[in-house]
Structure formats: structure tokens, C-alpha cells
Design a protein around this ligand. Sequence first.
Ligand code: E4P
Length: 217
Amino acid sequence: MKFFADTVDIDAIKDLADLGMLDGVTTNPSIIAKSGANFLEVIPEICKLTDGPVSAEVASTDFDTMMKEAEKLAGLADNICVKLPLTEAGLKTCKHLTAQDIMTNVTLCFSANQALLAAKAGATFISPFVGRLDDIGLTGMDLIEDIVTIYDNYGFETEILVASIRHPQHLLEAARLGADVSTLPPKVIKQLFKHPLTDKGLADFVKDWESTGQSIL
Ligand code: E4P
């Protein structure tokens, strides 16, 4: 499974790249707004930190303006993946960008039928939002299971990018279902390393080694 970092935090992205846990980056307008970053400056900077896809989202909602924004974003770096909303205009834009060999990430997917449409439009990635479905009392992972089944049934090449992940259990379930990619807040990736028995076991090994008085170096 590929790990994308769901952030524009340059230090966090560098840290994950150094750990070998970075296969790409996703962003959205809310992440940009929260960070205070300049969108057209931070995206090219992020593109230099990974060879993987960096999702940059259009801001408009009509086809003509989306196409213009998408072409500008795609020109920022070779690894830009244009993020488009799951609307009629978004999927029409997706189809045109796919014909130009520009990577696309169709976002705000909340139903399996929407995911089917995105695959038919030739999306590189589909982003189902599991956390936001959980937030309204549904089970986000049921959507991932359905999309995996439907894409397998028809051999669609669109990659399933599990988004709106809130905790390690989401990642575990996405991996069990065979999703292609998970996009994760850096803090959730860091949580994956941790287990209390690892910490305790290591503390015991260090103490016992010290009691031998030996040195490896
Ligand atoms: C990523 O592509 C999505 O924009 C992101 O995962 C949404 O997460 P949220 O539901 O926590 O805002």
C-alpha cells in the first residue's frame, strides 16, 4: 500500500520522506487555508520533496475555469496530480485531462456509484472519504469494500485512495481490503510506529544489555 501525506507541512513531509514512508502528498483548499501557505508557492516546493504524485485541487466549479486552473496546476511540476470534485463538471474535466495524460484525483467521493463514474471518466485516483462518512453515523469502510469489489469486477485501473483517515484502525481496515493508497495526516503515520510492548521490550533489552557491561563498538 502506498502512503500519501495529507498535509502541506514541509518539515513533516521531509521527515516522512527520510523515514521512507512517503509515496506522495495530497492537499485540499481547507488544508491550504489552515496552513496559511501560498498555494502556488508551496505546491512546487512539495513536488521537489517526492517523486510521487502531489494532489493540487482546482478552486472553481465550472468546466471552463476548471480546465484553465488544471492546466496551470499541471504546468507547475511533472508530478502534479490535479484534484477535481466529484461533479459533472469535475468528471468532464477529468476525462479531458486523462486524454492529455495529466494525472487526476477525483475527490469528495461518498458513494460507490460516484466511484464507478470516476473510473469511467479515467481518473488516476478516486478519493472516498471514510472519516466524514463515520462522522454522520455511517461506516466509511463499507464504501471502500464496495469500490474494491466494483473496480475488480470490471478491471478498472483507477487507484483507490482512502481519504479522511482519522486513526490507525482506518488504515488497517483499508489495507485488509486491498486499497491501493491511503492518505494520512503525518500524526497518524507516526502513531503506526508505536506499540507499548515495543517500548517496554526495548527498555528491558537496553537495561539488560547495560547489566552485561559489554560493548558492541
Ligand atoms: C484528502 O485528499 C482529503 O482532502 C482529506 O483526507 C480530507 O480529510 P478530512 O475529512 O479529515 O478533512
